[in-house]
Design a binder for this molecule. Structure first.
Ligand SMILES: Nc1ccn([C@@H]2O[C@H](COP(=O)(O)OP(=O)(O)OP(=O)(O)O)[C@@H](O)[C@H]2O)c(=O)n1
Ligand SMILES: C[C@](O)(CO)[C@H](O)COP(=O)(O)O
Length: 232
């Protein structure tokens, strides 16, 4: 059986928490759009044979131009996403033809090639995998009035990142099931979990942030500048 691996990179969000006029995935990091940084990591990785890029409807054309300009020839298609991340991912899955899929946020440009590999290897052995880091803070559950309800044991808490890796057919079934049930999740694993798929956590890096709020841009600039200096 083929073990081809494709990636769905989702970049169709509006970035409301960032608050910039330009959607955050198109902001420049050391002169290059964030989404291009992210695509380049997957483009360079030998495991990845195909990339589906999901963007905002109005951004499809300029993304196609970047795909050409930056020679991202593994990108087979650029398509418009949906209202929620889950809808964007579902559209992307429908375009892939590989056995395995890695779903990744377009605004996580600092994922490492070694992490992509580790996620794939774990998915092969466990069935599905997510990249994650142990939480550093104490987490509390709080009610609507601001009162603390409980303090879960931190040793069992992980902050979940992407990529998240699955057999394409299994993830598509999980997505269909979620749609039937009207379930909306904030990540792909939550859909897989409720379908009975065992998902294994791969420990990643605190650097693999999701660029979400303005202070994340300072971290991103610093990290990208340091990487550039290391390579010189
Ligand atoms: N309808 C959506 C919503 C989100 N995303 C993508 O999912 C990833 C993670 O989402 P998030 O960081 O929440 O991005 P936004 O939805 O853009 O941010 P916000 O919630 O602040 O508006 C991003 O790459 C984003 O572009 C998407 O493809 N389609
Ligand atoms: C998928 C994700 O990046 C895992 O941390 C996250 O759940 C996306 O959530 P958001 O609400 O779209 O930021």
């Amino acid at each position: 059986m083929s073990n081809s691996v494709g990636a769905v990179i989702v970049a169709a969000g509006r970035g409301t928490r960032m608050g910039t006029a330009e959607s955050k995935q198109y902001l420049l990091l050391q002169g290059k759009p964030i989404i291009v940084h992210t695509l380049e990591v997957f483009q360079k990785h030998e495991l990845i044979s195909e990339i589906v890029l999901v963007t905002g409807e109005a951004d499809v054309q300029r993304c196609r131009q970047w795909v050409q300009a930056y020679k991202l020839d593994k990108v087979s298609v650029v398509i418009p996403g949906g209202a929620e991340r889950q809808h964007s991912v579902r559209r992307g899955l429908g375009e892939l033809t590989t056995t395995w899929v890695m779903v990744h946020d377009g605004v996580r440009p600092f994922v490492q090639g070694s992490e992509i590999e580790a996620c794939y290897e774990r998915a092969r052995s466990a069935g599905a995998s997510v990249l994650a880091v142990p939480v550093k803070d104490t987490i509390k559950q709080v009610d609507g009035e601001g009162n603390v309800l409980s303090t879960p044991d931190r040793r069992s808490l992980w902050a979940i990142q992407t990529p998240q890796t699955f057999r394409l057919s299994e993830l598509m079934s999980a997505y269909d099931e979620a749609e039937r049930d009207g379930f909306l999740g904030t990540d792909d694993s939550s859909l897989a979990e409720r379908s009975g798929i065992t998902v294994s956590v791969v420990e990643g890096s605190y650097r693999n942030i999701k660029i979400t709020t303005p202070e994340d841009l300072d971290f991103a600039e610093f990290t990208e500048r340091s990487r550039g200096e290391e390579q010189r």
